[in-house]
Design a protein. Structure first.
Length: 406
């Protein structure tokens, strides 16, 4: 649904993975998008524009000075109508131009003219991708809010192996869909302008340079909450530990590894936040000492002293002023009793309790079974639901808590 009647400029550059862009154009058209292809001169040397013209059902823009009869220059006309500019594949060359505001052909000129989100899917030889100038340009673009579908690793067309393969068309479609969904506000805009901080995923507590303690959190619950909150109009910031799925494209995400890093990131953002939802699973303990070299095995047992990590939820409960704080209680025994105790102990406003041993609930799963407990002892038991539906139920509850506090 996210693609229907949306105008997408598909930039195509001179990369060897260009054929995947034909498939992408076709998939976008099938999903109802209005696709306008813009090709660079070098792209034309790899694929005939006619192929894109037939697939996209629109003329392909090649040259700004030789296009259209309208009074409006073609790059401004297209840029004004676009909901998304996706450049697939994007070469090192165009990445460099974009990062430096260079506009010397149709595509790079459109890129500096659009006021819609930009999504880039890089593909190139591994050495090109690792090149420090290319990496610097990528960082520049990321810090300016350009979205990326990161390249995958594997066999490269140039005969090398490594990172640089264009990601799959499905992944690119998913990323584009997420961006388009987040720019069309859902009908329920009950979080418009509310600043929501979400934690997701597991932390890693390093024992030595190669070993760490972690947990089974997949990040899926937190990512679903971040996506749902964005669609309900919130300004979302995600603090993510490690996850088994890619973070949602189009949401401001800070990646962290350890509980201490998650603690610092959350505390730093806390004062500028209205709602915090802690779906992440920070480790309670870390090794007392990090051994800077790999620990050698010996014949005997190894005892690893652990020390407590700071308790993020507890700290927020102590420091909160106007914020609504939501904690998760992942339990294996006495679910409701333990969750209720946690609600009081952490001084949070809502506890999402889940029995992680129940079928279809907890870590890794795409579904969850949760009970929402608030400070007025109201208890809402949700049936087995997708994590996205659970996310919406939590947010509906958050809105009602905030409304009753007004
Ligand atoms: C056969 C061939 C394949 C290429 N594949 C890539 C590629 O995958 N990624 C890339 O960044 N450059 C690739 N290049 C180099 C670019 O085409 C070259 O940097 C060009 O100047 C890019 O122009 P454009 O960005 O305007 O399309 C390739 C060149 C050739 C000849």
């Amino acid at each position: 649904m996210e693609f229907r009647d949306r105008t997408i400029i598909l930039g195509v550059t001179g990369g060897i993975a260009i054929h995947k862009s034909l498939d992408l154009a076709s998939q976008l058209v099938k999903r109802g998008a209005c696709v306008h292809v813009v090709m660079t001169e070098n792209a034309i040397r790899l694929v005939q524009p006619l192929q894109f013209q037939v697939i996209s059902r629109n003329p392909v823009l090649l040259d700004l000075f030789d296009a259209g009869t309208d009074w409006k220059p073609p790059h401004i006309d297209l840029a004004d109508r676009a909901d998304l500019l996706a450049i697939v594949p994007v070469t090192a060359n165009i990445i460099g131009k974009l990062a430096n505001g260079i506009a010397d052909d149709a595509l790079s000129t459109i890129a500096v003219s659009v006021h819609c989100p930009i999504l880039l899917a890089p593909a190139m030889n591994g050495h090109m991708y690792q090149n420090p100038f290319v990496q610097r340009n990528l960082t520049t673009l990321k810090t300016h809010g350009v979205h990326f579908i990161e390249p995958a690793s594997g066999d490269l067309a140039c005969g090398y192996e490594g990172v640089g393969r264009l990601n799959t068309v499905e992944t690119i479609l998913e990323g584009a869909g997420n961006i388009l969904t987040s720019t069309v506000r859902s009908e329920v805009e009950d979080l418009r302008g509310v600043r929501v901080l979400v934690t997701a995923g597991a932390t890693r507590e390093y024992i030595d340079p190669v070993r760490f303690i972690t947990n089974r959190s997949s990040g899926k619950m937190g990512y679903a909450i971040a996506e749902a909150a964005t669609q309900r109009g919130a300004e979302v910031q995600l603090v993510s530990g490690t996850a088994t799925v890619s973070p949602p494209v189009g949401i401001k995400t800070q990646h962290v590894e350890t509980t201490l890093e998650m603690y610092d990131a959350v505390l730093e953002a806390f004062n500028k936040t209205d709602v915090v939802i802690m779906a992440g699973a920070p480790a309670d303990y870390r090794p007392h000492e990090f051994t800077p070299h790999k620990i050698k095995k010996t014949a005997g047992t190894l005892t690893l002293p652990l020390e407590r990590n700071p308790d993020i939820a507890q700290t927020l409960g102590e420091r909160k002023t106007h914020q609504t704080v939501v904690c998760f209680a992942a339990e294996t025994d006495d679910l409701l009793e333990n969750a209720k105790k946690k609600l009081g102990r952490k001084n949070c406003d809502l506890i999402v309790a889940n029995d992680i041993l129940a079928e279809g609930a907890g870590f890794q799963s795409d579904t969850n079974i949760v009970t929402l407990l608030d400070r007025d002892d109201r208890c809402e038991q949700l049936p087995l639901s997708s994590k996205r539906d659970v996310a919406d139920a939590i947010l509906t509850k958050v809105v009602s808590i905030r409304n009753s506090a007004k």
